[in-house]
Design a protein. Structure first.
Length: 436
């Protein structure tokens, strides 16, 4: 084992022996290398005459760049757009995102979490978290209705076992009984479990209520108190898009931080959907552990291991993308503009609910609960969902996503209000044609 990795592990063990037991074998061996990076950082501070350490091209005291490139970048200097960013992410962006976490999640007030580490999108965040915390054969608990890419990242690439519970009760709402049973079943057979919590949920567009969230946190704390190490990972990709009063308006991460020494909370979020910048690929990983005497050293070690994983994976996320997000966050009207876009999506969700739940369609489908995010799902009756999807695409030019043999996902995020009724009328027509 590298000596730097050993030192980081020693810091973790000093404050939390259980935390050390949660790391994967890769995670235990990860570190942020000194070498060229640390020598370059020293040179940046002290090499006032000639600095021959930087792996970029410079000329006349500035960054070498092409006019054909810089003409497309308005308002950002080449130093803030074309150079490499640190593997940890731009310091100012990490600081700003952490400050906003408390603003967006009031339950974090008074709780200390790590400084977020920047990743190249939440898909990348999941892969990095898997590297640090999951070994082949480990279990990840998630619902039966889930984002399909979890399977590719966790099961196919990492060799992790996906253990699923039924997401909804028959009456509607989060299936706490099934969730608790699955968590306790896996905890009885393993010394470590990972629970993936995705709200607002893809594909259903469901976020738990305040009461459901509290009960989820209580269940995980109870299992942790029973001796099982619990890693609770929150995928908050669609955070902030909450459309109903009783819906939890903050990340369940904020309810999990500091609950028990056997419970590690990991938050994955990003500007992707929160700031409507899908292609910029700027996301974050933040840790929350139980307070201890050397908490800052533990967070420092986890941040360095995470940055080491990124360094050995993609080196760093785009400097240009990070700078754009940071500048946006500093702009007057930032919060107001986010709120205005959220209201547009809320209006679409309400219109979809009004139309899709109409009695005229009840012989063709039932509607799964939804209250947030980008999506909603229907369970079609009497026809195959994939056959329906192809039929609607070929005959009417209507594109939808089929999930298994019964479920259809509708992305209301990209549907104008005036098109909602026509969409569901067309789906209904397609169902009747396949039936008849």
């Amino acid at each position: 084992m590298n000596e730097i990795a050993r030192q980081l592990n020693d810091e973790i063990v000093k404050g939390s022996q259980p935390l050390m037991g949660m790391l994967s074998e890769v995670g235990k061996n990860l570190f942020f290398p000194k070498g060229i990076l640390s020598q370059g950082a020293e040179a940046k501070q002290k090499a006032h005459r000639i600095n021959a350490t930087i792996g970029i091209a410079k000329e006349e005291g500035g960054i070498m760049c092409l006019p054909s490139v810089t003409k497309s970048i308005d308002g950002l200097t080449p130093e803030n757009s074309l150079t490499y960013a640190p593997s940890f992410g731009i310091p100012a962006l990490r600081k700003a995102w952490k400050e906003n976490l408390v603003t967006k999640n009031p339950s974090l007030e008074g709780k200390e979490v790590s400084l977020p580490v920047v990743t190249c999108g939440i898909t990348h965040s999941i892969a990095i978290v898997a590297d640090l915390w999951l070994d082949p054969g480990d279990v990840v608990i998630l619902p039966n209705m889930m984002w399909g890419n979890y399977n590719l990242i966790l099961s196919v690439r990492k060799g992790v076992t996906l253990s699923k519970y039924t997401l909804f009760t028959e009456a509607g709402g989060f299936n706490l009984e099934a969730f608790e049973a699955k968590v306790k079943e896996e905890a009885a057979n393993r010394d470590k479990i990972t629970v993936l919590l995705n709200f607002p949920q893809n594909p259903t567009g469901y976020t738990v209520t305040v009461d459901e969230a509290k009960k989820i946190a209580d269940i995980l704390e109870e299992v942790a108190a029973g001796g099982t190490k619990v890693i609770a990972v929150t995928d908050d990709a669609y955070f902030g898009l909450f459309f109903e009063e009783e819906t939890l308006k903050e990340s369940i991460f904020s309810l999990l931080v500091g609950r028990h020494e056997n419970l590690l909370a990991i938050k994955m979020d990003g500007a992707t959907k929160e700031d409507y910048v899908w292609g910029l690929r700027v996301a974050f990983i933040t840790y929350g552990v139980t307070p201890c005497d050397n908490l800052s050293a533990i967070y420092d070690a986890l941040e360095k291991k995470t940055a080491g994983a990124i360094r050995g994976n993609i080196s760093n996320a785009s400097h240009l993308s990070q700078s754009i997000v940071l500048e946006a966050m500093k702009t007057d009207g930032y919060w107001e503009s986010k709120g205005a876009k959220g209201e547009i999506l809320k209006a679409r969700a309400n219109k979809v609910r009004e139309v899709a739940c109409a009695s005229e369609y009840e012989d063709a489908w039932s509607v799964y609960p939804f209250n947030s995010g980008y999506f909603m799902c229907i369970c079609v009756k009497g026809v195959d969902a994939e056959e329906l999807r192809v039929h609607l695409l070929d005959k009417y030019g209507v594109g939808l996503i089929s999930l298994g043999s019964t479920d259809i996902r509708v992305a209301f995020s990209c549907i104008e209000l005036d098109d909602v009724k026509e969409l569901f009328d067309t789906i209904y027509k397609g169902v009747q044609e396949l039936k008849g």
